[in-house]
Design a protein around this ligand. Structure first.
Ligand code: ZN
Length: 657
C-alpha cells in the first residue's frame, strides 16, 4: 500500500488537530482501508477552557462524518481525563455512554463522538488511527486467524478477540493492551474487525498503518497467492449476460419483499461476475460479511440467484432466533441488499442510488477479502448472533436514520424523452427532486449529469432500435421502469395545409407520434413489472382541443398521441399501468420559442410580448417548471386511480373551458 503522506501538503494543516484532519483524509481516500463512514481517528492536545485553565482534550472523529472529507469541526473535543475515567466503570449501557460522552464535550454544538471514543482515550498515545483494512480482515477472518497474525507481526501487535464496538470493546482493548504491549508495539489488531495504529504524531500513526497493512498484503501474496491490491474495484468493467427483463423481474420481487420500490443496480465488473459464477458461491458468500459493521448496508449475506421467497423466509427465521437479544425490537425489511447471480453478476438494492453504490463498494471489497481468506484455507465469518447484535444495535440504526427518510419517489425509476431541454428537462428536475432515479433520453445530452440519480443517454426516438437499446441500458443501471414521460417533440415549420412540404409533415409525425409509439413499445414490458404500478404521462398540446391555423402537422400529431394514450389506457389497465395526457399551452421558456417568434406572434394579436405570454384566464405565464411539477404530481401515488385523463395546463383558456 502506497504511503501518501506529503510533508508540504501536511504543513498547510495547522496544529495537531490539522495534522489529524490531513491524516484522516489520507485514510479515507483509500477504499482498501476504510469504506463509507468506516474507521475513526483521534488526537490528544492541550487547550484552554473559558476560564483560561489548561485542559487535556481528546479530539475524536464525530459520528456521521466520513474520514475522506472530514473537517476540523468533524472532530468532537472531549475532556480526556473524564473520558478515561469512564473506562474504569464496570459497565455502561450504550445510551448512557453516548450521554456521558456528550456531557464531557467542550463544545455543545460538536457532533456525537465516535462509539470508539473511550478506546481512543485509553490508548497512551497522542495520535490514533483505526481502519477496517481489507488485508487485516482477510487475515483475521480465517480459522487460524490469531496464529497468522502472530506469524506475521509477532509481538509487535496487541491482539484483541472480537467484541462488539462500544464500551465492552474499549474495556477489552485496555485489558489486552496492558497485558501484551511492549516497547515494540506498533499496532493493535481487532479480530474480524480492523486495526489500530498509534504514535506521538498523526504522521507516525499513519506510517505505522501503511507499514502493517503493506506487510499483511505481502503476506497474502506469499501465503494465499492472492494480490489483494489488485482489487475487484479495479477490474475492467464487463457486463454479465442476464437480460434487462430478468433484472426488472428480480427488482419487482425484491421490492415486494421490501414493501417499497427499490432500485436494483448492476455493478458491471468482471471479477464480480466471475465471483458470482463460482460453483461454490452459495457456500463462500453466505458465511457472513467481512466485518459486522457492513450488515447495515449489505444484510448478513447476499441473495444467491433469484429465489427471493427463500431469502425472506431465512431472514425471518434469523430474526426469530435472535430477537430476544433486544426485547421489543422491530424486524427490519427482509429484502436482500446484495444479489449474486450467475447471469446478472453483482447487483445491489436500495431506496436511493447512494445506498446501492455504498453496498456495491462494500461488496467488491468483500470479494477481495473472501478470496484472500479462501487462499489462507477458508473464509470464516462471525456467528450470526454477533451480526444480529450489530444489525439491530440502536447506534448502528441511528447511523442510517441520520440520512433521513428517503423522499416520496425514492426507489422509483422514470424514463423521460426530450430530457436535455425545455419541458423534458423540467420533468427530469421535478422527478429527481422527489427522489426518483431518471433515465434521460435525448438526441444530444449535456454529458455531465450533476447527480448520480440521472443517467443521460443519447437515442433517436424515431429509431426503435436505438430507443430500445437506451431503455435497456437504463434498466441495467437502475433495475426497472415505473414512470414514462414522453416529452420529446418538435413544432416544425408553420404552413397552411395547401402549402405543406411532405418531408416536414413526415418529420413532425415521425418524432411526435411514431417516437411516442416506439417509446411505449420499448417500455411496456418494464412498466408491467413496476412494483408500484406503471405510470405513463404523454405531453399533448392545447392544440388538441383548440387547434390553430398553420400548425396542421403539429396539431394532428398531438391529437394522434392523445388518442394513442387513450388506447394505451384501455389496453394496459390490466397490467396496472395508468396513462394520462397533459395539454400545455404557451410554455415560452422552451427551445420551441425564440424571442423573435414571441414578438411576431404578439404583434399579430396587437399585444406586447409580456401580455401575449399571459393571455389566459388567470393572466399567468406558464413555465416549463410548472409543467414539470404537474407531471411529477401526476406520476405520484395521488393519481393512482386516474387513467385516460387529459389535463390542460394553460392558465385557463376560454376556447377549451
Ligand atoms: Zn471499527
Amino acid at each position: 500500500m502506497k504511503n501518501l503522506w506529503n510533508v508540504t501538503e501536511a504543513s498547510t494543516f495547522s496544529g495537531p488537530l490539522g495534522e489529524c484532519v490531513y491524516g484522516s483524509r489520507l485514510l479515507g481516500a483509500e477504499s482498501a482501508l476504510v469504506l463509507h463512514g468506516g474507521g475513526n481517528t483521534s488526537v490528544k492536545a492541550q487547550e484552554s477552557d473559558i476560564h483560561g485553565d489548561q485542559v487535556d482534550v481528546l479530539y475524536v472523529k464525530g459520528s456521521g462524518w466520513d474520514l475522506a472529507t472530514i473537517e476540523p469541526q468533524g472532530f468532537a473535543p472531549l475532556r480526556l481525563e473524564a473520558v478515561k475515567r469512564l473506562a474504569e466503570l464496570p459497565a455502561l449501557t450504550d445510551t448512557e455512554m453516548v450521554n456521558q460522552l456528550r456531557l464531557n464535550l467542550l463544545d455543545a454544538s460538536a457532533p456525537n463522538p465516535s462509539v470508539e471514543a473511550i478506546l481512543h482515550a485509553s490508548l497512551p498515545f497522542t495520535a490514533v488511527q483505526h481502519t477496517h483494512a481489507d488485508a487485516a480482515l482477510a487475515l483475521t477472518n480465517t480459522s487460524e486467524g490469531e496464529q497468522r497474525v502472530r506469524e506475521l507481526w509477532g509481538t509487535s501487535v496487541v491482539v484483541v478477540p472480537y467484541v462488539m464496538p462500544g464500551f465492552d470493546l474499549a474495556k477489552a482493548c485496555a485489558l489486552e493492551f496492558e497485558k501484551q504491549a511492549n516497547a515494540d508495539t506498533v499496532a493493535m489488531v481487532l479480530m474480524n474487525h480492523g486495526v489500530f495504529t498509534f504514535g506521538d504524531t498523526t504522521e507516525q500513526a499513519y506510517n505505522n498503518m501503511i507499514d502493517v497493512i503493506t506487510e499483511a498484503e505481502n503476506y497474502l501474496i506469499t501465503k494465499a497467492g492472492v494480490d489483494i491490491t489488485n482489487s475487484a474495484t479495479l477490474a475492467t468493467p464487463v457486463n454479465a449476460t442476464g437480460s434487462a427483463l430478468d433484472q426488472a423481474t428480480l427488482r419487482q420481487n425484491l421490492s415486494n419483499a421490501a414493501g417499497r420500490s427499490m432500485l436494483l443496480v448492476r455493478t458491471p465488473n468482471q471479477r464480480a461476475n466471475v465471483f458470482a459464477g463460482r460453483s461454490d458461491v452459495a457456500d463462500v458468500a453466505c458465511r457472513g460479511p467481512a466485518t459486522p459493521d457492513h450488515v447495515i448496508r449489505t444484510k448478513q449475506f447476499p441473495l444467491i440467484g433469484r429465489n427471493i421467497d427463500k431469502f425472506v423466509s431465512n431472514y425471518h427465521n434469523y430474526f426469530e432466533r435472535n430477537q430476544d437479544r433486544f426485547p421489543g425490537v422491530q424486524e427490519l425489511d427482509p429484502a436482500p441488499r446484495v444479489v449474486l447471480d450467475s447471469e446478472l453478476g453483482l447487483l445491489t438494492a436500495g431506496a436511493r442510488i447512494s445506498d446501492c453504490e455504498i453496498a456495491s463498494d462494500i461488496y467488491l471489497h468483500t470479494i477481495d477479502v473472501i478470496e484472500a481468506s479462501e487462499g489462507l484455507g477458508g473464509f470464516v465469518a462471525l456467528p450470526e448472533t454477533d451480526l444480529f447484535e450489530v444489525e439491530y444495535w440502536e447506534l448502528e440504526q441511528a447511523k442510517l436514520a441520520k440520512s433521513g427518510q428517503p423522499p416520496a419517489m425514492s426507489g422509483e425509476v422514470a424514463v423521460v424523452t426530450g430530457s436535455a431541454s425545455g419541458i423534458g428537462r423540467a420533468c427530469v428536475e421535478a422527478l429527481i427532486s422527489r427522489g426518483a432515479a431518471v433515465i434521460g433520453i435525448d438526441l444530444n445530452t449535456s454529458g455531465t449529469p450533476t447527480t448520480p440519480s440521472l443517467l443521460e443517454l443519447t437515442a433517436d426516438v424515431t429509431d426503435p432500435e436505438s430507443l430500445a437499446t437506451a431503455v435497456n441500458m437504463g434498466v441495467e443501471r437502475f433495475g426497472g421502469i415505473d414512470i414514462v414521460v414522453a416529452a420529446a417533440g418538435i413544432f416544425g415549420a408553420s404552413s397552411e395545409i395547401a402549402d405543406i412540404v411532405q418531408s416536414d409533415w413526415e418529420t413532425t409525425l415521425s418524432v411526435n407520434l411514431n417516437g411516442v409509439t416506439n417509446l411505449l413499445q420499448a417500455t411496456h414490458p418494464f412498466l408491467a413489472l413496476s412494483p408500484s404500478g406503471g405510470r405513463v404521462l404523454l405531453v399533448g398540446s392545447k392544440n388538441v382541443p383548440a387547434p390553430g391555423k398553420g400548425a396542421a402537422a403539429y396539431s394532428a400529431s398531438k391529437a394522434a398521441v392523445t388518442q394513442l394514450g387513450r388506447v394505451a389506457a384501455l389496453e394496459w389497465a390490466e397490467d396496472g399501468i395508468v396513462v394520462n395526457t397533459i395539454h400545455p399551452d404557451g410554455v415560452f421558456d422552451t427551445g420551441l420559442w425564440s424571442q423573435e417568434l414571441v414578438d411576431e406572434r404578439a404583434a399579430n394579436y396587437g399585444l406586447t410580448a409580456d401580455e401575449y405570454k399571459r393571455r389566459n384566464l388567470l393572466g399567468q405565464e406558464i413555465t416549463s417548471g410548472d409543467v414539470g411539477e404537474l407531471v411529477a404530481a401526476m406520476c405520484s401515488h395521488s393519481f393512482r386511480q386516474i387513467t385516460g385523463a387529459q389535463i390542460p395546463i394553460d392558465g385557463g383558456s376560454d376556447r377549451v373551458i
